[in-house]
Design a protein around this ligand. Structure first.
Ligand SMILES: [Zn+2]
Length: 251
């Protein structure tokens, strides 16, 4: 999931309670944000390679405020499984391994990071249903019977996520009247990240949270008539988000 999408799923899980949302969002985004310092997805997403799982201990709230590229591995114990292969899509996230090494986090921090991993876990299953990923280490994928390479796959997943984001914005608008456009992200997500993260981490995370111009315009104008322009039927998104929300823990 892209960070924009993670955010709106979290907002739905809080029943569109912005105060609660602003409290949890820095931790919801943390497994992706921290990659600014930790690099490959395997560590902060607890991916299995063969019989081994990569893991890391996430920084405490206090350490998150001072974290940077130099001190990350002093502050956070970790283990990178051998034989790690770079690939467009990741291996399965092992949530039980996250639990084992992260009991030191305070309860809100702990459950929010776990919820991010749950979101990715079900999104990854969804991606494997939409695309044939069986030859991923040869950089070959299939979409609608057509063979594509890793770069094309990456572009399609990005587009898929952006339309998912648009669908989530619609669901939130229906439930609460909140317009989750770029201005809303500036006033909520950006502000919360700067409060909780080191300024380098906040800046490095938020700069990627750009809603595509066209979608931002639609959301701002409450124009929710473009669902047929996505890659897959809207019902497929709804089923996936419903499952993710059901599996996430209350925050
Ligand atoms: Zn992630």
């Amino acid at each position: 999931m892209i960070t924009l999408e993670h955010s709106l799923v979290a907002l739905l899980k809080t029943e569109c309670n912005e105060k609660k949302f602003n409290e949890v969002i820095p931790f919801i985004l943390e497994p992706d944000a921290i990659r600014r310092y930790t690099g490959p997805r395997v560590l902060s997403h607890f991916e299995r390679i063969g019989n081994e799982v990569s893991w890391m201990k996430f920084p405490t709230r206090k350490d998150l405020k001072i974290i940077n590229k130099e001190n990350i591995w002093v502050l956070c114990e970790h283990h990178l499984a051998e034989g790690y292969l770079n690939c467009v899509i990741g291996e399965e996230t092992q949530i039980d391994v996250y639990e084992k090494y992260n009991r030191h986090l305070d309860p809100i921090n702990y459950v929010s990071v776990k919820n991010h991993l749950i979101q990715d876990f079900y999104f990854d299953i969804f991606i494997r249903e939409v695309f044939d990923c069986s030859r991923r280490y040869m950089n070959i994928f299939k979409f609608n019977g057509e063979t594509i390479d890793g770069q094309e796959m990456r572009n399609l997943v990005q587009k898929l996520s952006e339309f998912g984001f648009y669908r989530l914005a619609y669901m939130i608008y229906q439930k609460s009247g909140i317009i989750t456009n770029q201005e809303w992200f500036d006033n909520n997500v950006k502000k919360s990240l700067y409060e909780v993260y080191s300024s380098d981490l906040a800046e490095g995370t938020y700069k990627y949270m750009k809603i595509p111009e066209k979608i931002n315009e639609w959301i701002t104008n409450k124009d929710f008539t473009h669902f047929n322009e996505g890659l897959i039927p809207v019902e497929v998104y709804d089923r996936m988000y419903e499952e993710v929300l059901e599996k996430m823990h209350n925050m």
